[in-house]
Design a protein. Sequence first.
Length: 354
Amino acid sequence: MQLDHVTIRTRDIEGTRAFFETVFDLTIGERPAAIRRIPGCWLYCESKPVVHLIGSLGTGFDRAAEAIDHVGFRLEGYAAFRARLDRLAIPYSTMDLADIGERRLFLRAPGGPLLEAVFSEPVAPLRWRMSMTFTDNTVSVVIGGTSGIGAAVASALAERPGRVDVASRSTGLDIADAAAAAAYFQTLGPIDHLIVTAGSSAPGGTVADIDLKGAKAAFDIKFWGSIVLAREAAKTMRPGGTITFTSGFLARRTVPGTVVKTAMNAALEATVKILARELAPLRVNAVSPGLTRTEAYAGMAGDARDAMFERAAATLPAGRFGEPQDIAQGYLFAIDNPFVTGSVIDIEGGALIN
C-alpha cells in the first residue's frame, strides 16, 4: 500500500492551485470525465496526480470551508479488498473511472475521516446508444450526479458530445432553496437536458407515528426541489429539451410504514403528467428505480445490507438487484426517444408484479 493522493476542499480553488504550483512545483492536469464537472482540479507531480482540489461553500453538507476532504491509498486486488470490507461489515461506496482504468472504494475510519482505496484495474466503458441530437453544443445537467444513480447517468452522458454539468449537496447546491436553484441555472446559460436524481432522507413509520417535520423537510427537497428545478431549467431550455425526474417503486407498491416515501414519489409521478402538458413541446418523464446498490445503503451494517440484497436477488422476478448502470439506461431512453413524454419508466426488477 502507498499514499496515492490527498483531496482538499476549498473556497478558493484558483488561489490554492497557484499555491501548490508555486511552492511545490505541481502542474495542473486532466481529470476523469466522470468528475470533470465537479468544481476543482488535479495537480500533478510529474505524471502522478497527488493533490486533488474540490470546491466548497463551507455550509451544509460541505461542513468546514477549508479542510482535507479525504486521503487516497493505492492498493492491489479490488475484489479481495471489497470482499474483506463486506466480511468486516464496513460500509463503503464505489466509483469506477473507465477512462483512466481505475476502480475506487470510499470508506470511513472509526473516528470519521473519509478514506479512498484506489485500484489500477481496467473498467469496461459503457456503450450507450447515442442520440443523433447530441452535438458539441449540447448541455446536460445532472442534479445529484456526484454519487449513485446520478453519477452513472453523468458518466454515460460524458461519453457523448457536449458538456455535462453536475451539481449536488456535495458541490454546495441545496435544491430546497428556490433562490439558490434559480441562481445556479442563471450561471449555466441555455441547456438541453435536465436529470434530477437528488433524493432526501424520508422518515419511516406509520401515519399514527409520522414525524411531520421530517416529512415536510423530505418533501421540500425531493418533491418541491424537483419542481423548482424544472421551473428554472425550462426558462433556458432549448427546443427538443427534456426533463427527467426520479421517483421510486414505492409510489405504487403498498408497504406499511412507508407513507412519506409513497406519497412523495406518487406526487412526483402525478406531477410529471401535468408538466408534460404545461411545458410541451419540452418532454417531461420520470424514472422509477427499484432496489439499487448505491451509497444510499452505506450506513447499514454490512450483514444487514448484504442480506437485503440477497433477499432481493432471490425474490425478484429478474433474479438480481439493481446497479446504478442499470437504472441509468432509463434516463437515456427518456432523453433519446422523441415520442416519450408524461411517462414513468419502471426499472425495478419486477418488484411491482411480485
